[in-house]
Design a protein around this ligand. Structure first.
Ligand code: BDR
Ligand code: CA
Length: 315
């Protein structure tokens, strides 16, 4: 039976790659896609999600929901990597931009409709997830699993020395979600940074003449330029794609159970993830955290999965 998932996304190049993969993955049923502010504002994230959906025209259309900004606003965005529109300047058209239900309502309805069956794969700041938990306090208990791209274990941050982008954008929501009583897994930068997609890998992706291959090249190539100019890297990280695979294929990762919390006020450490790793921890364990990854197998899965999607989409 395919796994029922909700994708909470802020497309965002790596989020968009997940949509290309997941919407045709025979192992999952994407019941909803909710957009959240992060790499771009929530309305832009929602527009990008709708544009991708329209372009790919998947066999089953998931419910869509749109989020709103955190109460204190988004402190920044990810356009320096993801381009002016969040998709590398692709400018994908949307025929009719729909006005959508709030993301938290879509999440609550989907979880209530299939109690203990839904895995939420949260690929942006945790604003929508925290709001869903506030709207209906039973939701954490009714979730099967929550898998999150976010935080760091031992590696430095990617937006400040201490913080990873998603958690930094909305640390208060992240703190609430970390404290919620649901089964959760955190995929931090320590492992997502281990997978780098190179130009050689792009050559193995479905050809530019397929719809998926074309879209992937349009969004990925500007990211290569941004990574070269900004980080001096020949290749790009696909953090959210790694998280998606951790949700579906946890055997490709090593995880440990830890007690995690989020710094919400630190002058230098806002958004830092903090774990109680004292010999005798005083905090209760509240999540699994990935600390190792079989990166070659993950990369192979990314390429084969995206090629599979390409075959599924009519030209
Ligand atoms: C996260 O930040 C975003 O820019 C990516 O989409 C990913 O979700 C990695 O830190
Ligand atoms: Ca993301």
């Amino acid at each position: 039976m395919p796994k029922k998932v909700i994708l909470d996304v802020d497309p965002g190049i790596d989020d968009a790659i997940v949509l290309c993969y997941a919407l045709f993955d025979p192992e999952v049923e994407v019941v909803a896609v909710t957009s959240v502010g992060g790499n771009v504002a929530p309305q832009v994230a929602s527009r990008n999600t709708q544009a991708i959906m329209e372009y790919l025209d998947p066999p089953r259309l998931p419910r869509l929901g749109v989020g709103s900004e955190p109460d204190d606003g988004l402190p920044l965005d990810g356009r320096y990597v993801h381009g002016i529109d969040g998709l590398g300047g692709t400018d994908l058209p949307v025929a009719v931009l729909r006005s959508l239900h709030p993301a938290e309502k879509v999440i609550c309805d989907a979880v209530r409709a299939a109690p203990n069956e839904i895995t939420i794969i949260a690929l942006g700041p945790l604003t929508n997830i925290a709001r869903a938990f506030q709207r209906d306090s039973e939701i954490p208990r009714l979730l099967r699993h929550l898998v999150i791209t976010g935080g760091t274990l031992d590696s430095p941050g990617n937006i400040t020395p201490a913080a990873e982008f998603n958690i930094y954008c909305d640390p208060l929501s992240a703190k609430q979600v970390f404290q919620a009583s649901c089964i959760k897994t955190l995929i931090p930068l320590d492992v997502t940074n281990r997978v780098k997609l190179t130009l050689g890998d792009v050559d193995q992706l479905a050809s530019d003449s397929t719809k998926v291959g074309h879209l992937l090249r349009c969004i990925i190539m500007p990211a290569f330029r941004a990574y070269r100019q900004r980080f001096g890297l020949e290749g790009i990280h696909v953090h959210d794609m790694v998280t998606y695979l951790a949700a579906l294929h946890p055997q490709l990762f090593a995880m440990k159970s830890l007690s995690g919390n989020v710094e919400t006020v630190g002058e230098l450490t806002r958004g830092m993830t903090v774990f109680d790793r004292r010999r005798i921890p005083a905090w209760r364990e509240n999540m699994n955290v990935a600390y190792n990854i079989k990166e070659e197998q993950v990369l192979t899965k990314i390429i084969t999965g995206l090629n599979f999607s390409a075959q599924c989409v009519e030209e």
